[in-house]
Write a protein that binds this ligand. Structure first.
Ligand code: F6P
Length: 348
């Protein structure tokens, strides 16, 4: 291959730039030119006024400067148009026109589906799991997950310091979509006493009882870490009515939030529980050493696979080593939630 492309797609994750740098280094080493495709699959559709907003030749010097930066230099987006076959055909003709012979796709499971479609249309693709969520079963860690967990642990430590000063509990929401892994590791890493995740059914009453027990035994400043997807596994409770009875104005169609949960816990335990949603701070950090290492090895392996004519693969970590397997096999694997760690956090 003489020319390859690279794109970042879906939610950004720390380490995406480092992976692009590794791809750029490996491409140069093997004498290939590299095209950066902008805003995920959108770039392949070439709809911008200026071509460099869609596809641009990447010069290694620029990439070296951004390798340690958080975010993604190539920009990222979700591209619903790519679900339409006629748009994918249009993308393939643009890719051919640019002389791109293979693509490194850095993103999560949605991006992998796009990569499989491109492979079926004759464009070899290799995926790198760029998402903080750690929701891909075939890899021990996704790229950005370690940084996101470290970011949460730092922030929860800060919250616990002020909780301690005021002797009051904290309820902290972390990201992860439908996956509780960020919550689990962040809770374990920060010494949080209660963890709520989408994988395990829970009730507000049970959390309130546990918090009340902690307060009883002399810990009035416990931390509850809640995964953003945990509302899906919450047992039904008429919390709208409960809050109204306690003088809080809520509409029947208001969804439950971390702030509401903190209020309910406050009424049930009489402790001043305070909410914090960590949000995008988890995605915008400088990549950890672990993520930078993974990005480096994954990026260079991706280029090696493409130059050897091996497409339709994704890269992951198994037994601490970087490896690859076919995309379809990777997507078939079922995630196994670490229930014993969950039980440990919630029981000790
Ligand atoms: O998939 C990564 C992620 O950060 C999730 O944890 C979160 O639910 C989602 O993206 C947020 O996406 P957006 O950037 O569209 O708000």
């Amino acid at each position: 291959m003489r020319r390859i492309g690279v794109l970042t797609s879906g939610g950004d994750s720390p380490g995406m730039n480092a992976a692009v740098m590794a791809v750029a280094k490996a491409a140069r080493y093997h004498g290939m030119s590299l095209i950066g495709i902008k805003r995920g699959y959108n770039g392949t559709l070439c709809r911008s006024h200026h071509v460099e907003d869609d596809m641009v030749e990447l010069d290694l010097d620029t990439i070296l400067d951004i390798a340690d930066q958080p975010g993604t230099y190539l920009r990222t987006a979700r591209c619903l148009d790519f679900l339409r076959p006629e748009m994918r055909a249009h993308a393939v003709s643009n890719i051919h026109e640019m002389g791109i012979e293979g693509i490194v796709v850095i993103g999560g499971d949605g991006s992998y589906h796009g990569a499989m479609e491109l492979c079926d249309l004759g464009i070899p693709c290799v995926g790198i799991p760029g998402t903080i969520d750690n929701d891909l079963a075939y890899t021990e860690m996704t790229l950005g997950y370690d940084t996101a967990v470290n970011s949460c642990v730092d922030d929860i430590r800060a919250i616990r310091a002020t909780s301690r000063s005021h002797d009051r509990p904290a309820v902290v929401e972390v990201m992860g979509r439908h996956c509780g892994d960020i919550a689990l590791k962040a809770a374990a890493g920060s010494g949080a006493e209660i963890c709520i995740v989408p994988e395990v059914s829970w009730s507000i009453q049970e959390v309130a009882d546990r918090l009340a027990r902690l307060i009883d035994v002399g810990n009035p400043r416990a931390t509850v870490v809640v995964a953003e997807g945990a509302w899906d596994s919450m047992q039904p409770m008429d919390w709208h009515r409960y809050l109204r009875e306690n003088g809080v104005r809520v509409h029947d169609d208001d969804p439950i939030t971390t702030a509401m949960l903190a209020k309910i816990l406050k009424f049930k335990t009489k402790a001043e529980a305070r909410p914090t949603v960590l949000g995008y701070t988890q995605r915008g950090r400088t990549p950890s050493a672990y993520d930078s290492w993974f990005a480096f090895e994954a990026g260079s392996l991706a280029v090696n696979l493409l130059r050897n004519g091996i497409g339709n693969q994704v890269i992951g970590i198994k037994d601490g080593r970087v490896y690859y397997l076919p995309i379809s096999m990777a997507l078939q694997q079922k995630r196994e939630f670490n229930l014993s760690l969950y039980n440990l956090i919630n029981s000790l």
